[in-house]
Write a protein that binds this ligand. Structure first.
Ligand SMILES: NC(=O)C1=CN([C@@H]2O[C@H](COP(=O)(O)OP(=O)(O)OC[C@H]3O[C@@H](n4cnc5c(N)ncnc54)[C@H](OP(=O)(O)O)[C@@H]3O)[C@@H](O)[C@H]2O)C=CC1
Ligand SMILES: O=C1O[C@H](COP(=O)(O)O)[C@@H](O)[C@H](O)[C@H]1O
Length: 471
């Protein structure tokens, strides 16, 4: 029997990968916040292969929340979270792990299984659940990347849909649960003033940057099997581009947003090696679990073409990298210059066009870059930016939002298989047909070639500025 009806509220959360990096960084703090907000009051079964017991899991949970922003500010809620935790130890390749899990879930009729594990094990875990009947009346939340390429994504989908119906499959992309990314959709379609300009007639180019000033943080094994293109571009940053460039949804409701996003991926031209620059920070090969001759990219920059009426001829540049100069996420929409050089500074190549800038992290902000006249006799101006901080202390963390939605059976903010496959179609060729990764210095902005060969005349890259004391 297939998985749960979408509207059923889950009565337990099974959390595969409880000893992992994501669990420590994000999931325990989110579970804690869910307990505080009343969104989590069901047993949480952590599963890992660390030879832990439930006390080790509780210790990890406590440490993880204590180290997160805000720390433990409600001891009673922390105790409630600890009281919900159960633990199962075992290898996912060993069927007995799932038999033990089934016994642990004996009292639960509708579990949500969350797979925060290495992507190569997604299929193994789903088959393990199915073998012991834990798919019945259950749902599954699968981390990204969903597959390694188009063919493996289709194979994975076939394995998962043997166990779970599509409405019980939640493909998570935590960027879709970020306030500043949901705001891209809201900002575009809640304001009428930008929509007439949002096309090839007025927009010259778009840049999307996700820079991180840290390396692979002990995740060398994972990174060796992924690389920056699979880790971040095919999923998180493509979702950002889709929200930025999609047509208006045809009706109210998130189903229409899903369709509009798929249309963007379908209109993206498949990338070739000429649209792609790869880099690797010096020192990556010395990381644990990284091959001494690894060619895996820790930096990736691509030039996207959307062959649609709206976007024909507007290049969209996406880049991401580890060990770059700063940690920041930003989108810059560059508008075209005025059609005539009316003022004497208009021919200055350093004069910036109008820009709309969406700072996604570390703080969120929208900036509108315009030129204004400098006081004086001359008609000479400079660029000023209207800055709108959009950060709020009340923000819900992405995993808090998305896991609560999954437990409720609300799949609006999760990706669908057609989107995943359409996105793989765009990058499929360059996963294997590419130039070697170019070494770059940690703390830099990545290989020069991304500035030269890739972006060229459409540049320069606009590097996000991180204020030490943001306004
Ligand atoms: N880390 C991040 O910043 C983010 C990660 N993700 C996604 O989350 C997923 C997990 O990533 P991450 O936490 O970094 O990965 P880690 O490698 O840190 O953690 C993997 C987890 O899987 C467990 N595991 C591995 N092999 C087995 C096995 N054979 N049997 C049982 N358990 C096993 C590990 O257990 P043990 O250590 O006990 O062996 C560990 O708990 C990935 O899909 C990733 O793309 C998504 C967003 C951000
Ligand atoms: O999925 C991933 O995302 C993080 C970046 O997400 P953020 O919310 O922490 O900005 C990235 O560091 C990681 O490599 C990747 O697996």
């Amino acid at each position: 029997m297939p998985g749960a009806a979408p509207e059923t509220r889950s009565d337990s959360l099974v959390f595969f990968g409880a000893s992992g990096d994501l669990a420590r960084k994000s999931i325990f703090p989110s579970l804690y916040r869910m307990v505080k907000s009343g969104d989590l009051d069901v047993p949480v079964v952590g599963v890992a292969f660390s030879q832990w017991d439930v006390d080790d899991l509780k210790e990890r949970a406590r440490e993880s929340v204590a180290a997160s922003e805000g720390g433990i500010d409600d001891e009673e809620a922390m105790d409630r979270l600890l009281g919900l935790l159960r633990y199962v130890d075992g290898d996912y390749n060993d069927p007995s792990t799932f038999a033990v899990l089934r016994d642990e879930l004996a009292e639960c009729a509708a579990p949500t299984h969350y797979l925060a594990i290495p992507p190569v094990l997604f299929g193994t875990v789903v088959e393990g659940l199915r073998a012991v009947g834990l798919h019945e009346n259950g749902r599954v939340v699968v981390e990204k990347p969903f597959g390694r390429d188009l063919a493996s994504a289709q194979e994975l989908d076939a394995v998962i849909t043997q166990a779970f119906d599509q409405p019980a499959i939640f493909r998570i992309d935590h960027f879709l649960g970020k306030e500043e990314i949901m705001n891209l959709l809201y900002f575009r379609f809640a304001n009428a003033m930008f929509e007439p300009l949002w096309n090839r007639t007025y927009i010259e180019s778009i840049q999307v940057t996700l820079a991180e000033d840290f390396g692979v943080s002990g995740r060398g094994g994972f990174y060796e099997s992924a690389g920056a293109l699979r880790d971040v571009i095919q999923n998180h940053l493509f979702q950002v581009v889709a929200l930025l460039t999609m047509d208006a949804p045809a009706y109210q409701g998130y189903g229409a947003v899903q369709s509009a996003k798929v249309n963007v991926f379908k209109a993206m031209r498949p990338l070739t090696r000429h649209d792609y620059v790869r880099g690797q920070f010096r020192g990556y090969r010395d990381e644990p679990d990284v091959a001494a001759n690894s060619d895996v990219e820790t930096y990736a920059a691509v030039k996207i073409h959307i062959d649609s009426w709206r976007w024909a001829g507007v290049p969209i540049y996406i880049r991401t990298g580890k060990s770059l100069a700063v940690s920041a996420g930003e989108v810059v929409v560059n508008f075209k210059r005025p059609p005539q050089a009316l003022f004497q500074d208009a021919l200055d190549p350093d004069q910036h066009p109008n820009r709309l800038r969406f700072r996604l992290s570390p703080v969120s902000e929208i900036g509108l870059g315009v030129r204004v006249k400098r006081p004086g006799e001359e008609f000479v101006g400079h660029e000023q930016e209207l800055r709108l901080p959009t950060e709020s202390p009340l923000e819900v963390e992405p995993y808090e939002r998305l896991l609560a939605d999954a437990l409720r059976g609300d799949s609006a903010l999760f990706t669908h298989e057609d989107s995943v496959e359409a996105a793989w179609r765009v990058v499929d060729a360059i996963l294997t047909d590419h130039t070697p990764a170019i070494p770059y210095e940690p703390g830099s902005w990545g290989p020069e070639e991304a500035a030269g060969r890739l972006i060229g005349q459409d540049g320069p890259w606009l590097n996000p500025r991180v204020d030490p004391h943001p306004a």
